[in-house]
Design a protein around this ligand. Structure first.
Ligand code: NAP
Length: 274
């Protein structure tokens, strides 16, 4: 789809939840580069302001920010009302809390925040913005899932389960909203060189197996109109095919466990090697 077609279908405004750095910032910039105005949502005012400046300086679009903790119970409502004066055509829900370490090593409140940030808020944002988009007769919702959501593995058990939730939610919504001309996509990224990934793995360098956030964002937005589930990158798509279609579930979990069980007990918003 060319930039005009993209702007027509998903503009004039995109809301990116979790947009102050990493993949979220890449999504926001990619939307801006296609002529969409963007509303950036995250907790850090300093990073939001810096990202807003980058976008306004580089692309001639309007940009606004909202400081919001998406683990709050009323986050979807706050976001909905903060954007009630603009015509939103695209929601990208990218924020996540990733607890890396044994499940029992975290507190109940950390598990609750994980559910709130990774499941409750994207579900309720999809609910609220889904209605808005359906009413205007076009638009898109992109939910950031992960290859980790294709099976359970140690040390990222809860994170992976929340990503499976988003994957399944997006598949159902894609089908429900198709008749309203609203495209819903789950993006199952593999390892991506973001600050969150660097905190979890110790490296921020893209490589053959670690994609650049800009590439993931560009490919995912290109794929949005196809709806359903999308795995960016050939190596990721091949490993998703082998793990989820060829191998028995037990074997897939055992293979993944070899890498995820080595991850340390770090608390991060990114994730470790797939
Ligand atoms: N990087 C990877 O290897 C990888 C692989 C597969 C899937 N993913 C998925 O891609 C998404 C982005 O990952 P990333 O690596 O780019 O993460 P990141 O670098 O840690 O960035 C996360 C973004 O979300 C925001 N955020 C986190 N918690 C929030 C909260 N409670 N309320 C509001 N904003 C919040 C952060 O901003 P503030 O801290 O300012 O709030 C930041 O802008 C996640 O959904 C992740 O699961 C990542």
């Amino acid at each position: 789809m060319n930039p005009n077609g993209f702007r027509n279908r998903y503009g004039p405004w995109a809301v990116v939840a979790g947009a102050s750095e990493g993949l979220g910032a890449a999504f926001a910039r990619e939307c801006a580069s296609r002529g969409l105005n963007v509303c950036l949502v995250a907790r850090s005012k300093r990073k939001l302001d810096a990202e807003l400046k980058t976008i306004v300086d580089k692309y001639s679009v309007a940009c606004r920010t909202l400081e919001l903790d998406l683990s709050e119970g009323n986050a979807a409502e706050v976001l909905d009302s903060h954007t009630s004066d603009i015509d939103v055509g695209l929601l990208v829900y990218n924020a996540a809390l990733s607890l890396i370490g044994p499940y029992a090593s975290f507190s109940e409140s950390q598990h609750r925040d994980t559910l709130a940030t990774n499941c409750v808020s994207p579900a309720l944002c999809s609910f609220r913005f889904g209605k808005r988009l359906a009413k205007r007769g076009k638009g898109g919702i992109l939910l950031m899932s992960s290859l980790a959501g294709l099976q359970g593995s140690p040390n990222i058990a809860h994170y992976a389960a929340t990503k499976a939730y988003l994957l399944t939610l997006a598949q159902g919504l894609a089908s429900e909203y198709a008749s309203a001309n609203v495209d819903v996509l789950a993006c199952c990224a593999g390892s991506t060189a973001t600050p969150g990934f660097a905190r979890a793995s110790g490296s921020a360098e893209p490589s053959l197996l670690v994609m650049r956030p800009e590439t993931v964002a560009r490919k995912a937005l290109n794929h949005l109109h196809k709806r359903g589930v999308y795995v960016p990158g050939f190596a990721n798509a091949a490993s998703a095919f082998v793990l989820s279609r060829l191998l028995p579930r037990r074997a897939a979990v055992a293979i993944l466990s070899q890498s995820t069980s080595k991850l340390g007990g770090t608390l991060s918003a990114g994730e470790g090697p797939q």
